[in-house]
Design a protein around this ligand. Sequence first.
Ligand code: HEM
Length: 255
Amino acid sequence: MASAASSTAPVVSKVKGATHGVAPLRAGQGISFVLRRLHSLSGIVPVGAFLFEHILISNSTAITGPDAYARQVSFLANLPLVFFLELFGIWLPILFHALYGFYIWYRGDSNVGEYPWTGNWMYTAQRWTGGIAFIYIVWHTYTMRFTGIDLHAYPNASFGKVQAEVFYTPFFLFYVVGLIAASWHFAYGIWLFSAKWGIVSGEKAQKRFLAVCLGLFLVLTGAGLASLTSFRSRPQQSVEPGTTVTNNQQFSGIR
Ligand code: HEM
C-alpha cells in the first residue's frame, strides 16, 4: 500500500483559520484524473440516484401493502429496454464505482491515528461502508434478480419473495446492516462530492451542509426500516407464479 493517504483523504489544516475538509479534486496525470472524476460523479449519478429511488420511492410502496408493491415492480419491469437500463444505468456503474473504490482504498492509507479529527474517522467509515454495501449489493442482486421466481415476469410474487428472506432473522439483520451502510455511504458521499467539486466551500457552509447530509442519512434509514418492518409485519404472501396478490394464501412465517 502507498504510504501517503490518497489525494482526497480528509485534510486537516494546521494553519489557524484555514478551512477544514477534504482536498478538492485537482488535475492529475491523464487517465487517473478522469477515472477519479468519474468515480466521484458516478457515486451521485447514476448510483446515488438509483439508491435514492430504490429506498425512498420503490421500496417505500411496501408500506402501503403487497398490491401497491406489485404495481411498482410491474411498472419498473415494463420500462422500455429494461435490461439495458439495468445494465448501463445500475450494474456497470456500481461495478465501476465499487472496483475503483476498492482501488482507492488500497492506494491510500487510513490515517486515523495521525489526525485526531472526526474527518479521518469519516474517511475510514466511507471505505468500510462502501465495502459492506458491496457485499450486500452482490448478495441482494443475486438472490432477488437472478435466483428464485423471476419478478419481472411475475411482479405479484414480489412482496412474498422479499418476505421469504426477511422473515429469516439473520437475513433481516443483514438487510438492516446493508441499509445503514449504503445510506451512510451515500449521505456522507454527497458531502464529500460537494466539498471536492467546490459546490459547498467555507467551514461554516460545510458544517451546515454536513447536518443536511446527516438528515438525509436518517431519512433513508428510517424509510428503509419502515419498509422492512412492513414486510415482516404482514402475513407471508405467496411466491407462486400467476398468483394475484389479493388471493394469496397467508401464514405468518417469522423464523
Ligand atoms: C450503494 C452504492 C454506492 C453509492 C450510492 C455510493 C456513492 C458514493 C458517493 C456519492 C461518493 C462521494 C464521491 C466523492 O468521493 O467525490 C462515494 C465515495 C466513495 N465510494 Fe461509494 N458508493 C456506493 C458504493 C461503493 C462501494 C461498493 C465501494 C467499494 C469500496 C465504494 C467506495 C467508495 C470510496 C472509496 C469513496 C471515497 C472516495 C474518496 O474519498 O475519494 N462505494 N461513494
